[in-house]
Design a protein around this ligand. Structure first.
Ligand code: SF4
Length: 310
């Protein structure tokens, strides 16, 4: 049973909603700390205001096996983002603002529709800038019978204070570890101090849910964390150093999902470094680094068509 049901029953969920909305008055929901008053319609870097904006919601079958399971993960894609990746594959949603303003009551209905379609979980994609609104949707969703785990699927650029608001609400965290070098993170994704924020966030998530991915009798995740790491051309993501940090600072037992499906999109098309896929050599070197770091659990995508022939 998801832990948000207990928080709702105790009254703690309502307190968290109030705390989260209070922070929108001088927004510090993410590490950018823009300080704008989103309750009065002001917008900061992410361009998100008071109401949630949703680009799409659907059954998704291609997440990691414990997330998608057999019936799929109920993804809700939020519009806008706290980053500006040059290579973002979803840039019309994340950067151009494609999506619809919805009420928190409608957001709750989306959760219930996805649960009604048999999804194993509600998968909140790029949720960071809408944390207060997501929490606010839960009492309505719970009243309607929501009872499946919540997955928080993010860039990993998170405020520890915001993650603390989510303790006991989110069951499964799916954060990225995108970069090992803050300069590269700033140049390619526009994140200020990504590495420090990301590592503090991963440590907080680890404190909340620990190293084990707890699954039910059918292998469907119920609680835990999976760190996602996408390879970039020419080693720009710093994969080996990230794997070592996870193994040494968190635990070698933490699940890590290595993603090799990078392709040039958006402003990476024609880019001298980012304008190609990953090579087999880069992919194999990354798997070697995964093993050398001593990581014990995770997934690797290795479809031939994902990689650059050379
Ligand atoms: S959530 Fe948006 S407005 Fe708030 S601090 Fe982050 S980028 Fe700025």
């Amino acid at each position: 049973m998801p832990s948000y049901l207990a928080l709702h029953a105790s009254g703690e969920l309502e307190k968290r909603i109030a705390q989260a909305y209070a922070r929108l008055r001088a927004c510090d929901i993410c590490p950018r700390r823009c300080g704008v008053d989103r309750t009065r319609g002001e917008t900061g870097f992410c361009r998100a205001g008071l109401e949630p904006i949703v680009a799409s919601w659907n059954v998704h079958l291609w997440e990691e096996p414990p997330i998608s399971g057999t019936r799929g993960s109920g993804t809700i894609f939020f519009t806008y983002c706290t980053g500006r990746c040059l290579f973002c594959q979803n840039y019309p949603i994340s950067q151009l603002g494609v999506g619809q303003l919805v009420s928190t009551a409608r957001l709750a209905e989306m959760m219930l529709e996805l649960q009604g379609r048999g999804c194993h979980n509600i998968n909140l994609v790029t949720p960071t800038h809408f944390v207060p609104q997501i929490i606010a949707a839960l009492p309505v969703a719970i009243a309607g019978g929501l009872s499946i785990p919540l997955v928080y699927n993010s860039s990993g650029f998170e405020s520890v204070e915001t993650l603390r608001l989510l303790e006991g609400i989110v069951d499964i965290y799916l954060p990225d570890a995108k970069y090992d070098d803050p300069k590269v993170a700033r140049e390619l994704s526009g994140f200020p101090d990504y590495v420090a924020a990301n590592r503090a966030a991963l440590q907080e998530i680890y404190r909340q849910v620990g190293e084990d991915l707890i699954c039910d009798e059918n292998g469907i995740a119920q609680r835990g964390m999976i760190i996602r790491h996408m390879l970039l051309p020419q080693g720009l993501a710093g994969s080996a150093a990230i794997f070592q940090w996870i193994a040494q600072t968190l635990s070698p037992r933490v699940h890590v999902s290595v993603m090799s499906q990078y392709f040039p999109a958006h402003r990476a098309v024609g880019h001298p470094v980012l304008g190609r896929k990953i090579t087999w050599e880069e992919y194999e070197a990354t798997l070697d680094a995964f093993a050398a770091a001593g990581l014990e659990n995770g997934w690797q995508q290795e479809t031939e068509w994902d990689l650059e022939a050379n």
